[in-house]
Design a protein around this ligand. Structure first.
Ligand SMILES: C[S@@+](CC[C@H](N)C(=O)[O-])C[C@H]1O[C@@H](n2cnc3c(N)ncnc32)[C@H](O)[C@@H]1O
Ligand code: SF4
Ligand code: SF4
Length: 468
């Protein structure tokens, strides 16, 4: 288990000690530009603007399009269809190989546009199997969406939660829509808070990383933010991002037009400092546009207009392999010149123990083995090779096996708990070693052992060649 590498503040205290992540969760945090200090120096993010509608009206939000010079949440230049979004993501992955995370953050609410959002996530998962997926929502529809998000393999969810109090909520939200009914005032607040709580708890119980966004609104929710921080930690969120309210008259929001003050830097720092006593705080959020692209602190969204999309996307697998090498060098502090350095794949459900049958694995963890050590690079998703006894059409499974082999073509070995005869042979004939000796053992112990043997074998080979 690994200590929390998040931005600032104390480690969360669970299990009577420092906060802990599974290796997989730690990797997801470390490689997310928004979640870790090291991540935001190395990795880039992209927001796909596929979700125009919203089911809630916040008094600080006005979703205005066609405003390329403005960088604030909810602003986008071009709305995308799911198909355009995925084509754009592939183009960006080619131009910015540090891209590690793709998220949907509006310009409205992703879960108020459920069809467009899930179609986009499903296409991304199928066509870009190594990308981490995330989503930012007001939480109103979250309880209904959790199972589907998990099934697709969404890694991180951000929920905006500004208060725990329905009376305060009534000052922040004008209305919400749920099941064809419009609610206002305290009734709206009560519905929203109950559904946010249910959604957050469902996600954290299933091991999904949840970040909480809160907009700091002086005179409305500033004195109660500590309670929010403490409560969301209890619900299992791992990071709190308290963002300053943006409220200018020219944005046309209720708060902007009513002269609601924005917090100054000192007030924001003071609230974050207090909340950091109970919950890790994010302090480098850029309050990005809903179509932001690039490393944090830069926005290259204007370089990728729809008009720049190629008629057909480039094949992604060569790009995936190139990105794996780059990401391995980023996480291990430079490219290795050792001849034995390599990538391997592991089938593990939680990332700590080798416990998956090759045929049942729907994702593989990719590790880099080099003098820098055994380092988790990322995950690659795949349709399962074996879908149960009723689905063993030889032709179909043969095609799935070929796809898996293509996905794993750049690894030297695959570690799993068990593997059938056909995939074993296929892997071997593709130059990939199937390894089941480490079944039910600790991933890093097994990989370290295998890596030592590989190095020794390499040295023996060198000596033999020298002698000859
Ligand atoms: C545009 S929203 C999209 C996602 C989703 N609809 C939500 O509200 O979480 C992204 C984030 O920007 C925040 N935001 C929107 N307008 C803002 C403003 N005027 N000042 C500060 N934060 C704002 C939202 O609260 C949310 O945390
Ligand atoms: S929920 Fe999000 S998109 Fe909807 S009004 Fe609020 S900030 Fe804007
Ligand atoms: S808005 Fe904040 S959390 Fe979202 S991508 Fe930008 S920096 Fe990251």
């Amino acid at each position: 288990m690994t200590p929390c590498p998040s931005a600032s503040g104390p480690q969360r205290c669970r299990n009577g000690g420092t906060d802990i992540f599974t290796p997989l969760q730690a990797n997801k945090v470390a490689h997310h530009p928004c979640y870790s200090v090291s991540g935001h120096h190395h990795f880039a993010r992209m927001h796909l603007a596929v979700a125009p509608a919203c089911n809630l009206q916040c008094n600080y939000c006005n979703r205005k399009y066609d405003c390329s010079n403005e960088s604030r949440p909810g602003v986008v230049s071009e709305l995308l269809t799911p198909e355009q979004a995925v084509a754009k993501a592939q183009l960006v992955a080619q131009a910015i190989p540090q891209l590690s995370v793709i998220g949907i953050a509006g310009p409205g609410d992703p879960l108020a546009n459920i069809g467009r959002t899930f179609r986009t996530l499903e296409l991304l998962r199928a066509r870009m199997p190594d990308i981490k997926l995330c989503l930012s929502t007001n939480g109103l529809m979250l309880p209904d969406a959790v199972d589907r998000l998990i099934e697709i393999g969404v890694d991180h969810v951000t929920v905006t939660l500004n208060t725990l109090d329905a009376a305060i909520a009534a000052q922040i939200y004008a209305w919400l829509w749920l099941d064809g009914e419009r609610y206002t005032g305290r009734a709206a607040g009560e519905i929203l808070l109950a559904r946010q709580q249910e959604g957050i708890r469902k996600l954290t119980e299933k091991g999904i990383l949840v970040k909480i966004n809160s907009v700091l609104i002086p005179g409305i929710n500033d004195t109660t933010m500590f309670r929010v921080s403490r409560q969301v930690r209890e619900w299992g969120a791992f990071l709190h991002n308290i963002m300053p309210l943006i409220a200018r008259p020219e944005h046309g929001t209720v708060f902007g037009l009513n002269g609601q003050p924005e917090p100054d830097a000192a007030a924001l720092t003071a609230v974050r400092g207090r909340c950091a006593q109970v919950m890790p705080q994010m302090s480098h959020c850029q309050q990005c546009r809903a179509d932001a692209i690039g490393m944090l602190g830069e926005d290259r969204s204007q370089m990728f207009p729809l008009s720049a999309l190629p008629p057909r996307p480039q094949p992604y697998l060569p790009l995936l392999r190139q990105r794996a090498r780059l990401h391995a060098s980023l996480v291990s502090g430079g490219e290795s010149d050792e001849p034995q350095a390599c990538l391997v794949a592991v089938a593990s459900s939680r990332g700590d123990v080798i416990d998956c049958h090759f045929g049942h694995a729907d994702r593989f963890q990719i590790y880099s083995l080099s003098a820098a050590g055994v380092i988790l690079v990322n995950e690659r998703f795949t349709p399962k090779y074996c879908r149960g006894a009723g689905d063993c059409e030889p032709q179909d499974s043969e095609a799935r096996l070929d796809d898996m082999l293509a996905l794993l073509a750049d690894v030297k070995a695959v570690f799993c708990a068990r593997i059938g005869y056909a995939p074993w042979q296929k892997l071997e004939s593709g130059g990939i070693e199937p390894c089941v000796e480490g079944a039910w053992q600790d991933v890093s112990d097994v990989l370290s052992r295998w890596w030592r043997q590989r190095r020794l074998a390499g040295e023996d080979e060198k000596t033999e060649k020298g002698a000859a």
